[in-house]
Design a protein around this ligand. Structure first.
Ligand code: BES
Ligand code: MN
Ligand code: MN
Length: 456
């Protein structure tokens, strides 16, 4: 349900709201780079000011790295409590020369706003704040109590959020949690996400000789660290693409038949997908569909590798060092810490004598499966129908959001709504990331409708 006056208010203020979205998108709040720490703080302040302006009380809490914003709407006694989570940090924008317009100079073209963070997650998160503004603008107050929790460390694995949730348990008590940091199935196919993959991210460093050696003088007698690295990486997967690490799949919950059928019923345009990605063939684990492979099955990827000479021309050396970043997407009930141990052991056991392998865990996110049978789910379905004009379907997402399992675990919360307003081709983490202004509009409408549905 979306009262007409609120609907009109949102339509009438869209240009202003879009201008504000452009403001926050202009702040280069890249959490992984310490030189951008002041920008992450500025983004936190921007969010906090928006909340204050709408009658919220709260604080910006410093952490060891980037701040956390926690604020609460003016108390409506007896009304349900919704906890909203979002993140105002972004991934680095590189490679810069692939952007049509600069990543932190938001540009509107063909109904999309282009900027780093447009879809992930500034644009999606802002829909709720603008919904608050519309509802308060028309009715003077919200029909629910809203707690906003926003962080600047999601893109680096939320390292300081767990302690914060534990320390602020009581203030975070809510009837349901809403997070919009994922995507719909297609532009006119809204969805509620009920599963996220987890993540285990490792760095492998191989070291050998004390310094780079002449490959003519020492070739044939010294183990080459780059060779050791590729030998090891090669053994992580079987020729058919499945993961070869013993025990890797052990804890992974398989797909039930009903779920496979439900997933198969969602239309997917494989040619469009290949075209978007720019590849001639898709690949993956045998026995699973494309949708199953990229949302419901664990994976292992080499995210980067280095070693030796890669400049112009040739240099005849045996490099002293080589390394790689390797990450695994996990599904329920795989435990990232267990997987880390398993993979680290496997790698160090494979490492030939004469070189040394060191494996370090960089960060983790737990996989999640969400209960679809909650009252809040019904409210969300109705709100999406009001905001997008279509009933949502259920979907799994292949990405990871660390806070979701932290909320389940530490706030004892089962009622979690993952309501993605984005599109699968928004390009989060890619050059030319964008967010559809139509989705921005419909997201604001849906958020406003959700406040009312929760209060019913
Ligand atoms: N919003 C994304 C996660 C996401 C992407 C969910 C697409 C659904 C669809 C989030 O900001 C993200 O990028 N998470 C990281 C994990 C984090 C630990 C760095 C990811 O999935 O790589
Ligand atoms: Mn995100
Ligand atoms: Mn992201």
């Amino acid at each position: 349900m979306l009262p007409d006056m609120i609907s009109s208010y949102i339509s009438d203020h869209l240009d202003v709201f879009t201008g504000e979205l452009a403001q926050i998108l202009s702040i280069p709040s890249v959490s992984t780079l310490s030189e951008h720490a002041p920008d992450v703080l500025r983004a936190a302040q921007w969010v906090f000011d928006q909340l204050k302006k709408n009658g919220f009380n709260g604080r910006i809490y410093p952490t060891e790295r980037h701040p956390i914003v926690l604020a609460r709407s003016a108390e409506v006694s007896g009304a349900p409590v919704l906890l909203l989570y979002g993140h105002y940090d972004v991934q680095p924008p590189e490679p810069l020369d692939e952007w049509q317009t600069p990543p932190f100079a938001p540009d509107i073209r063909d109904g999309f706003i282009y900027a780093r963070g447009a879809s992930d997650d500034k644009g999606q998160f802002l829909t709720y704040i603008k919904a608050v503004e519309a509802v308060v603008g028309v009715s003077g107050k919200l029909p629910i109590n809203l707690i906003v929790l926003a962080e600047g460390e999601e893109e680096i694995g939320s390292p300081n959020l767990e302690k914060f949730l534990i320390d602020h348990r009581e203030e975070l008590r809510a009837d349901a949690v809403a997070i919009s940091d994922s995507s719909k199935i297609g532009p006119d196919m809204p969805a509620i996400t009920y599963a996220l993959r987890g993540l285990s991210y490792l760095q492998v460093d191989i070291s050998g000789p004390r310094f780079d050696l002449h490959s003519g003088v020492f070739g044939g007698i010294v183990y080459n660290p780059a060779q050791a690295l590729v030998d090891i990486l090669q053994k992580l997967k079987n020729p058919d693409g499945s993961i070869a690490i013993p025990g890797f799949y052990e804890d992974a919950v398989g797909l039930a038949q009903w779920e496979r059928e439900e997933m198969a019923a969602v239309p997917i345009d494989i040619d469009a997908l290949k075209n978007y990605v720019g590849v001639s063939e898709l690949t993956g684990e045998p026995g699973y569909s494309v949708t199953e492979r990229n949302t419901a099955r664990p994976t292992l990827d080499i995210n980067g590798l280095w070693g030796g000479f890669s400049g112009e021309g040739a240099k005849t050396i045996i490099p002293a060092r080589a390394g790689a970043k390797v990450s695994m997407r996990l599904v329920a009930n795989q435990v990232p810490q267990r997987i880390d141990q398993m993979v680290s052991r496997f790698i160090t056991d494979l490492c030939p004598t004469g070189v040394h392998a060191e494996v370090r865990g960089l960060y983790h996110a737990d996989p999640v499966l969400i209960n679809r049978d909650t009252r809040a789910m019904v409210a969300a379905q109705r709100a999406i129908e009001a905001g997008f004009g279509k009933k949502p379907r259920f979907k799994r997402e292949g990405g990871s959001i660390p806070v979701v399992n932290l909320i389940k675990k530490h706030l004892d919360q089962e009622s979690i709504l993952l309501l993605g307003w984005g599109n699968p081709d928004d390009g989060p983490h890619s050059p030319n990331e964008r967010f559809s202004l139509d989705d921005f509009h419909r997201g604001i409408r849906t958020a406003a409708a959700l406040f009312h549905e929760m209060a019913r």
